[in-house]
Design a protein around this ligand. Structure first.
Ligand code: SDX
Length: 422
């Protein structure tokens, strides 16, 4: 006998089934709530509302658990590579060596971006933020690939996945090249996906360019750690936009815009700017902790806190360790890392943060590694987007394959009653 929830309204009782997931999470199934009671629920920010069931990512905020398709993030970060994890998230299973090689080669078929896209890029001022350019160029990909994805056709969907993985990486680096006044680079189909990212970003025609394996491995791990995170703001946006049957590029473009916000993916840039400000102000971490606790002060400790994790973000632990290793291997002495460690230690001891279960999240240390790799601060959220791309694709694909209805939340009106317009 499955569990139910009883709701009593004006003396009348209503019974709703309780849905249990594969990790024993439970939800009250309110699909029939309005039909039975005439009422809707109210939940700003959806802090208590599940939008869907999903087989892609499981996270437990209390225990600090994160798994992609059942594999622990610690296991994947240690033993997998980014394209392997991308395949796992999108197609639901670990690729065989042959499948992974085919996937990488099929992505290579689409790494040439239409030259006319450059005229769109030329339209932006040099000062344009890379995330704004990326959202626009991603949406523009629809114009150059107008055939909409037939989600019923496995081959068509597979090609759309490879096309998105291939082209997004290239246009993401174009935002930096434009900013620097460099010529646009092209993907080198003889090299790996992550190595290509560094080449696309930094190789200039006048100099030979070599990428160290340390850098490739660090980036590969960072992309894995960012690859998916169930129904976060940007992923929910991708699902919402896709639910109207808008195309994959248009849905991903919307996800890029949602990720840009400083409360979400934009936090990694905001963390570095915050740490630099503290460093430039003499490293007074106590002053900034006090600002973060002061309700009258809009300042928040960027890179701290999380909607779901009320324990350490498991990704933050891995990234913190990687930051120490990468900087040591590269021989980079960065005072910002010392500021971050000092700030983290102080916050973890502080009653305000402890009482609110505020711990470092994925964004707190990632920027320190990006900086050590020479990636400019305003490109940090683009790095997040490159990592999150397979997760967005996987979630969009699942939503369409499950034939989910168009997303359309209800509301409670609190505005003016009927009045005549003279
Ligand atoms: C990401 O959802 C995901 O999965 C996202 C993500 C992913 O992989 O997709 O994990 C990526 O976005 C990570 C989060 C990056 N953002 C930041 O680091 C920005 C700083 N953090 C906060 O803005 C905040 O913690 C959020 C936005 C992340 C979560 O906010 P919630 O869940 O809406 O919590 P809240 O704002 O209601 O805060 C609860 C309390 C409040 O105090 P009280 O009103 O109870 O007194 O905690 C306080 C907040 O003021 N608080 C903070 C704080 N975060 C929360 N106070 C100071 N500094 C902070 N960082």
């Amino acid at each position: 006998m499955s569990k139910t929830a009883i709701l009593e309204i004006d003396g009348k009782k209503y019974e709703f089934p309780i849905f249990k997931g594969s990790e024993n999470e439970e939800a009250i199934d309110i699909k029939k709530l309005r039909d039975l009671t005439g009422l809707v629920t109210l939940d700003p920010g959806y802090k208590n509302s599940g939008s869907c069931t999903s087989e892609i990512t499981f996270l437990d905020g209390e225990l600090g658990i994160l798994r992609y398709r059942g594999y622990a993030i610690e296991d994947l970060a240690e033993n997998a590579n980014f394209l392997e994890v991308s395949y796992l998230l999108i197609f639901g299973k670990k690729p065989t060596a042959a499948e992974l090689e085919k996937f990488e080669n099929d992505i290579r078929k689409y790494t040439l971006v239409n030259e006319e896209m450059k005229s769109i890029l030329d339209g932006f001022p040099k000062s344009a933020h890379p995330m704004g350019i990326l959202a626009a160029l991603t949406s523009a990909l629809t114009s150059f690939n107008p055939k909409s994805v037939d989600v019923e056709n496995e081959k068509d969907l597979y090609c759309a996945v490879c096309k998105t993985m291939g082209k997004f990486l290239v246009i993401a680096t174009w935002t930096f090249r434009k900013n620097m006044g460099y010529p646009m680079n092209y993907y080198d189909n003889t090299k790996g996906y992550v190595e290509n990212f560094m080449r696309l970003m930094f190789e200039i025609p006048t100099e030979p360019y070599k990428v160290s394996q340390t850098v490739i491995d660090a980036l590969d791990k960072l992309f894995i750690l960012h690859a998916d995170h169930e129904q976060n703001c940007s992923t929910s946006t991708v699902r919402m936009v896709g639910s109207s049957h808008a195309g994959l590029f248009a849905s991903i473009s919307a996800g890029v815009s949602a990720l840009w916000g400083p409360l979400h993916g934009g936090a990694n840039q905001a963390v570095l700017e915050m740490l630099e400000e503290i460093h430039n102000n003499g490293g007074d971490t106590e002053k900034y902790l006090a600002k973060a606790k002061d309700k009258a002060d809009p300042f928040r400790l960027m890179g701290f806190g999380h909607r779901v994790y009320k324990n350490f973000d498991p990704r933050a632990k891995i990234i913190k360790k990687a930051a120490n290793e990468v900087l040591a291997t590269l021989g980079v002495e960065d005072p910002i890392l010392d500021i971050a460690r000092k700030l983290e230690a102080a916050a973890l001891e502080d009653e305000y943060f402890k009482a609110r279960n505020l711990y470092p999240n994925v964004d707190f240390y990632s920027g320190i590694i990006y900086r050590a790799l020479g990636i400019p601060t305003d490109m940090f959220t683009v790095m997040f987007a490159i990592g999150r791309l397979p997760g967005w694709i996987a979630q969009w694909k699942e939503m369409r394959e499950n034939k989910e209805p168009i997303g359309r939340p209800r509301q409670i009106y609190t505005g003016s009653p009927l009045r005549e317009f003279k």
